[in-house]
Design a protein around this ligand. Structure first.
Ligand code: FHN
Length: 475
């Protein structure tokens, strides 16, 4: 982790602003003009990424009109993930509009929402401002297909959330889908599909792409200017009419709106395999990779990345999905991801009433209790050369190696020998910090353990060391 930026922050922020102002001047008259490339030194990039690298744990929120049918259309369960019901249920616009007319989340309370994320130990929140169905959760001036103009609720959800995030100190970020099933520029050519039912291969009408790109840019300008998100999380970029050049241009545009903003890799075409920054065209736009529903076996070395995952099997709320992952699984995912140098973006799908399902709340609160005691071993940590151990995982910060023990052995914990001198050891859950005995040689390393594990899911042992962890060569 590069920490030099702290001394040069003011200068770089100033230079960024000057560059951004110039870019903004060049592009504000016509949002469809390509912005100039944003030039950035590695130190400036580190400074921009710092809050996100430190955060390690965020809340993903998939919320929209699809929470009204909640997986059921015309009395029948529709297969697949909840937010895809328009496509999977082959629902035309005039039918989907009936759900829009019922979207009235009277129980939505932004304060409770933000508190839930904070109490879980999450440091940022990424909400679907517009998913593939094109419906907007804010008062967009370029569309009436939004929560203020088309629903009985009439209130701007993003405004409430952004006010509350500021109040409670949670970093707000926005998901935005490039593919749009509702915009007149796009249609479905798939056989047997209603032309506006939505599809993974939504086509672009001839001659309308520029209109749509202008529409997206106008919306993104509203989002960035009015709600000040720290990051934009694009999706739906796989459609055949979106190109690498479009991705580069949109990335530059977002940075021109707010130089410090982060943008995920799905702004660009070509996510592959692990959804890292691996597009065949270079330079690839985007600041971090986004593995979905998976944790890369050894992380994505050399690349910033964030695994997004569901708590059950859907992103958007589905009334019949009860396949909730256990708190143990979720917490061990968080630790596994942190041990490989990534972030965990864990999804919740609120109901149409505006509430996070109680099963999610329960799990988030249990994770939060663990984070209150052990958060130090997650936030601001990085990967270690220890990799996957039979007893659990490890994370580190300068001077500290954190051992996350999932399988508590009787007697002693065996580690691969490390070259750093260990100057102390204790349990993070022990308020008295009673020292644990360590025996260290060039060929072995053991920590003597008390009989009982302090935590039934993951107990954290802190080893105080000199510098960053180095394994003894050859071990
Ligand atoms: O199609 C979407 C899906 O609905 C969901 O939003 C996920 C979250 O990463 N992204 C897409 C599939 O990659």
């Amino acid at each position: 982790m590069n920490r030099r930026w702290k001394s040069t922050t003011d200068l770089s922020v100033f230079l960024c602003r000057v560059a951004a102002a110039a870019i903004l001047l060049a592009t504000s008259a016509n949002p469809s003009l390509a912005a100039e490339p944003v030039k950035e030194s590695p130190a400036d990039r580190d400074a921009r990424m710092q809050w996100w690298r430190d955060a390690r744990f965020g809340m993903f929120v998939h919320w929209g009109v699809y929470s009204v049918p909640a997986g059921v259309y015309q009395g029948k369960k529709v297969g697949g993930i909840g937010e895809w019901i328009k496509s999977n249920g082959n629902i035309p616009n005039e039918e989907y509009d009936k759900f829009v007319a019922q979207f009235d989340p009277q129980k939505f309370d932004a304060a409770t929402f933000v508190r839930t994320a904070k109490q879980a130990g999450m440091k940022y929140l990424v909400i679907t401002t517009k998913h593939h169905d094109g419906f907007c959760l804010w008062d967009s001036k370029v569309s009436d297909f939004d929560v203020v103009n088309s629903t009985p609720y009439h209130k701007d959800i993003l405004k409430q959330l952004s006010d509350e995030c500021k109040k409670q100190g949670l970093t707000l970020c926005f998901y935005y889908s490039i593919m749009d099933w509702h915009h007149p520029s796009q249609f479905i050519a798939a056989k047997g599909k209603h032309p506006d039912a939505g599809d993974g291969q939504t086509e672009m009408r001839k001659g309308m792409k520029q209109d749509y790109v202008d529409y997206m840019k106008a919306q993104l300008k509203e989002l960035v200017t009015n709600y000040d998100p720290a990051m934009l999380w694009f999706d739906g970029e796989w459609v055949n009419w979106w190109t690498h050049e479009d991705g580069l241009d949109l990335y530059q545009y977002c940075r021109s709106l707010k130089p410090s903003i982060l943008v995920n890799n799905r702004v660009d075409k070509g996510r592959k395999g692990m959804h890292g920054l691996t597009g065949k065209d270079k330079p690839y736009a985007g600041d971090f990779g986004t593995p979905e529903q998976e944790i890369p076996a050894v992380g994505l070395p050399g690349v910033d990345w964030e695994s997004c995952m569901t708590i059950n099997d859907t992103w958007g709320f589905k009334q019949h999905d009860h396949n909730w992952k256990s708190t143990e699984k979720l917490l061990q995912n968080l630790i596994d991801i942190a041990s490989k140098g990534g972030n965990y973006l864990l999804n919740v799908g609120p109901t149409s009433a505006g509430q996070i399902p109680p099963e999610s709340i329960e799990r988030l609160s249990e994770i939060g209790q663990w984070m209150q005691v052990n958060g130090e071993s997650i936030y601001g940590t990085s990967a270690t050369p220890l990799g996957k151990q039979p007893w659990g995982r490890a994370t580190q910060k300068p001077g500290r190696l954190y051992l996350h023990v999932f399988q508590w052995p009787q007697g002693r914990l065996e580690l691969p020998p490390i070259a750093n001198k260990i100057t102390g050891a204790f349990l993070l859950a022990d308020p008295k910090r009673q020292p644990l005995q360590v025996t260290q040689s060039d060929s072995s390393l053991f920590v003597l353990l008390p009989k009982d594990a302090p935590d039934k899911i993951a107990s954290v042992i802190v080893l105080q060391i000199d510098g960053g962890v180095k394994l003894v060569a050859g071990k």
